[in-house]
Design a protein around this ligand. Sequence first.
Ligand code: RIB
Ligand code: CA
Length: 324
Amino acid sequence: MGTKLVIDTDPGVDDAFAIALAALSEDVELLGVTTVFGNVGLEATTRNARRILALCGRDDVPVAQGAARPLVHPHAHKARYVHGVDGLSGRSAALPEPGRPVEPGGAVRLLSRLLEDSDEPVTIVPIGPLTNVATLLAARPDLHHKIARIVVMGGALSHGNVSAAAEFNVWSDPEAAHRVLCGGEVPCVLVPMDLTYRCAVSRAWLDELSGSGPVGAALAALTPDYLTHYRKALGWDGIVLHDAVAVAEAITPGILTTETVPMAVETSFGPARGATLVDQRRPELRADTETPEDGAAVRVAVDTDVDALRAFLARRLTSRLTLR
Ligand code: RIB
Ligand code: CA
């Protein structure tokens, strides 16, 4: 009955599109959503996740709250300059109120229960800092075999966004990112910002989505602050739906082209803290020289048919749901 999925998220405007993509896809069994600090604080990311699911008519999906801060070192700042003060361009309150309380017991307990109860391995899609998923892997090694793969939105092969070297999700908790991506326990796919930027959508794409139905209109209404930021970041009138690109891969394996390469995460406190060092040298050269010591190789998403992906997102997000 479709891909069994759990999304770990810090909504966040692009997270909203990603959650809606999974919630509205009939070939996806969205088992649960867990929330983490990141773009904004944990209370706001949890409130936003629940409202986005309510918007999509998915009060059947349990939501549990996870980490309010990174594993080891404090989080320097939030991304309000990108996503707005409430994480959704100040429009969170315009979304429907959730019809379901937050699950008791927290994110790791919900993730563990969903993995225990599933009759087949589950895909976990972290689209915020990796704190909850790192904690799950450390606390429940007996459940690693119930994880089909972990599809991470994060990292940067060339330059970062929150700093010259680092992408926001990895930078927010580099120790957690190292644990998940370099631990070698579960197959991981990394969807870096280099590829997500190439998948940026235009104002015209957003306008078309806005006219496609009530959910599309509600999602487009969340984008003003995000558009303001990405006009600066892109240099043209569009937005980058980073997290939706990762969910697209999770629900349609192979929609992104991947390469298997060794990688490491910079966890020192130098200017490159949070950088993802992906070794893209030719294997013959790698064999003769130094490579990152730890962890298995990671599948890194390096290419896609960008127009086809944009059309896929628009098609899936067009829902005739009538809002409550
Ligand atoms: O760098 C982009 C990532 O950071 C996305 O997940 C966005 O939502 C922010 O969390
Ligand atoms: Ca996110």
